[in-house]
Write a protein that binds this ligand. Structure first.
Ligand SMILES: C[S@@+](CC[C@H](N)C(=O)[O-])C[C@H]1O[C@@H](n2cnc3c(N)ncnc32)[C@H](O)[C@@H]1O
Length: 439
């Protein structure tokens, strides 16, 4: 604002000509006053993305896992801490700076301009995706390290497995939908692909687009093969929803989406090289959680399970990827039948006033929890991310029902944090709970 702020406005009033403070000057004074509140001062400071009381609880949770000595000052938005500073700086997801230096998470946020869409997390708009920051927090809270292995049996588009890979921790992700599996594999494989393989010119992209459209697309590298298909499906879906892209055209949108992924690749690589990170690949499996015990080596194998089952009865998870399944000639009915709570011939005499489909879902949810218990090591940690939804105008108590199931199965309850979904458009979905248990 500089000199401008010093300008005094001479204004005519009913009494006489008077000098008034200019707007600029008022602004300047205010901003001086408030500056100290905007940027926390100190060596170890909160990230600007810490917005809710839940975030404060998450910070506390991850600090518990990362150090024995810390004190959170919620007013100054700072933390005093001791311990393995390099490790904390590398891992923590709610702080911007630790002992004067930027955290790795904050570097991701800065580079990608987003607190959740960093690395390949935003590769595709998968329905019901959860926040990578929560996964990071839980990995920290559970004191997991490079010798640990994590399970997500409802891995969806692979948020858990991708975040685990970025944190250099082994993981296994299972999902029943082929599209989820393709996306999780992609997020995984793109971390290890060679730069030359992922570079394409505008002309090449045009050829690729038309060969996919003509169902003639092939490529020797499976990652590139699947990546281009995923970008094509996303383009088709986005294009059909709005006429906003008419000007750039469908091909223009395809190119734009490819450029976004290529840019994510470069940014991720820059951070990887700068910090000498050795990302760890995840194992992705197409499968049904209800059949988890068919993989005997998974018994008592995992140190932690971080997962979120489908629970919005209002979301058509499979239908969302109709474009992809039609193109790939995959029978969607077969997938839908395996979907949690979608058994076609479910009959119950004890409805307790709950819709049948909710009861069928609860039966499958309990079996899923039993299987997770079976797959965890004794002492293993379990984080279930779940929320209540509404069916036919009736609120369904899924959170507390799931908690009860976990305890019945043998889990020890440790903590519940309610995380409000501030941006949720659907008013029925107010937020979700992160419920933590121990085997
Ligand atoms: C809430 S979404 C999980 C989203 C995931 N956390 C992400 O970030 O993409 C629930 C997932 O459960 C999967 N699912 C549903 N029934 C399943 C089953 N029987 N076995 C395994 N996965 C199943 C769905 O395909 C869906 O991807």
């Amino acid at each position: 604002m500089g000199n401008k702020a010093k300008k005094i406005n001479n204004q005519v009033t009913i009494f006489e000509n008077l000098d008034f403070t200019s707007y600029e000057e008022i602004f300047d004074e205010y901003s001086k006053e408030f500056y100290s509140f905007i940027e926390p001062k100190g060596e170890t400071t909160f990230g600007f993305w810490m917005q809710t009381l839940a975030d404060l609880e998450f910070l506390d949770l991850e600090l518990q896992g990362l150090t024995d000595k810390y004190y959170i000052d919620p007013i100054k938005r700072t933390v005093e801490l001791d311990g393995n500073i390099a490790l904390i700086r590398n891992r923590i997801s709610h702080l911007e700076k630790v002992k004067g230096k930027t955290t790795l998470y904050s570097e991701f946020v800065e580079k990608f301009g987003d607190t959740n869409a960093y690395a390949f997390h935003n590769l595709y708009p998968y329905k019901g995706k959860f926040y990578p920051r929560i996964v990071r927090t839980l990995i920290n809270a559970f004191k997991l390290n490079e010798n640990s292995i994590i399970l997500d049996p409802f891995n969806g588009s692979g948020t858990t497995t991708h975040e685990a890979s970025l944190m250099c921790i082994k993981s296994v992700g299972i999902d029943v939908t082929p599209m989820g599996v393709i996306l999780s594999e992609l997020k995984n494989d793109l971390l290890f692909i060679n730069e030359k393989i992922i570079s394409f010119t505008k002309d090449e992209l045009e050829d690729i687009f038309y060969s996919i459209e003509g169902k003639k697309w092939s490529h020797p590298n499976q990652t590139i093969f699947k990546l281009m298909l995923a970008i094509y499906f996303d383009t088709l879906d986005a294009f059909s929803r709005t006429n906003r892209y008419n000007k750039k055209g469908i091909l223009g949108l395809f190119e734009e989406k490819y450029n976004y992924v290529a840019d994510c690749y470069l940014k991720t690589k820059e951070i990887k090289d700068k910090h000498l990170l050795s990302f760890v690949p995840a194992k992705i499996i197409e499968g049904d959680i209800l059949e988890l015990r068919d993989i005997p080596e998974f018994e008592s194998k995992f140190d932690a399970c971080i997962t979120s089952p489908p629970y919005y009865f209002s979301i058509d998870y499979v239908g969302k990827d109709k474009v992809a399944y039609e193109y790939l000639n995959i029978n969607m009915n077969k997938i839908e039948n395996k979907y949690l709570g979608m058994k076609k011939n479910f009959i119950s005499n004890h409805t307790n006033g709950l819709p049948e489909k909710v009861l069928a879902y609860y039966e499958d949810l309990k079996k899923s929890i039993e299987n997770i218990f079976w797959a965890l090591k004794p002492g293993g940690k379990f984080a279930l991310i779940i929320g209540d939804s509404t069916v036919n105008g009736k609120k369904i108590p899924t959170t507390m029902t799931a908690k009860k199931f976990c305890e019945e199965v043998g889990f020890k309850f440790e903590k519940l944090i309610f995380n409000p979904l501030l941006g949720a458009r659907n008013r029925a979905i107010r937020g979700e709970s992160v419920i933590i248990f121990k085997k």
